[in-house]
Design a protein around this ligand. Structure first.
Ligand code: ZN
Length: 247
């Protein structure tokens, strides 16, 4: 399987980075995790969005889902796809996302997307992939992800402050995509520092750490050094359209 980073910025996109988005695929099945602003443009560089099998939305902060709206219109104008696309998301996602559509749009929306609730520790299969959601600790219901195939695992922290659940999310991963959004001196921010990301990667025994959800004003080299104080494995600063092969 391969991982393609489609959006690596926090909060808002920049010239070089879309907001959150990660594509995991194996040549038969394509799973998109999160869909922040700019992700649909990057996705189109790699594949036709019509061929997506599943979208997983980790939580309902705008920088993780708003490109569902342009995707909806893309799908509406290309009706040859395999609809509805399954969307795994927090339980309230359908009603929340549907709010900005005109009244009466529900049936068309439901024929385009089929929503399934994410539940802590739940597992489900998509093609030859196994998927697991693990609740993490953020300002709203939020789920880290583990995508596995043939003994290989890609894991994703989503947005989270530190919690023991992160060790379960990251456990033994080939690649751990971890947010590193918080500066050391920030208080009351429900995010991780790069140092914490490194600590989790180290204790969870991951093989490669990808630091993402990069705050636009941060110095990525500083972030990398901070994570390296805790984790001795390879550390990658996420960049949009970076491709990582995994087993
Ligand atoms: Zn968030």
């Amino acid at each position: 399987m391969e991982l393609i980073l489609l959006g690596t910025s926090a909060a808002y996109p920049t010239v070089k980075r879309a907001s959150s988005g990660y594509l995991v695929r194996d040549g038969k099945t394509s799973i998109l995790i999160d869909m922040g602003s700019g992700v649909i443009r990057n996705l189109m560089r790699w594949m036709d969005p019509l061929a997506l099998d599943v979208i997983i939305i980790s939580h309902l902060h705008q920088d993780h889902f708003v490109d569902v709206y342009p995707l909806y219109y893309y799908l509406a104008y290309h009706e040859s796809g395999k609809f509805p696309i399954n969307v795994y998301a927090p339980a309230e996602a359908r009603e929340f996302i549907l709010q900005i559509f005109p009244p009466g749009s529900g049936s068309k929306f439901d024929s385009t997307f089929s929503f399934h609730p994410l539940v802590d520790q739940d597992t489900f299969e998509i093609g030859d992939f196994g998927c697991q959601s693990i609740a993490v600790k953020h300002n709203m219901p939020t789920f880290g992800q583990r995508i596995s195939q043939g003994g290989h695992v890609v894991s994703y922290s989503s947005d989270t402050t530190f919690s023991e659940a992160l060790f379960d999310v990251a456990d033994g991963s080939d690649v751990f995509i971890c947010e590193a959004t918080k500066k050391e001196d920030y208080k009351d921010v429900m995010h991780l520092t790069a140092r914490q990301a490194g600590m989790v990667a180290s204790k969870a025994g991951v093989k490669k750490l990808v630091l993402t959800h990069i705050w636009p004003d941060f110095d990525p080299d500083y972030q990398k050094r901070a994570a390296a104080e805790q984790y001795s494995g390879p550390i990658i600063i996420a960049e949009d359209n970076m491709q990582i092969d995994i087993g």
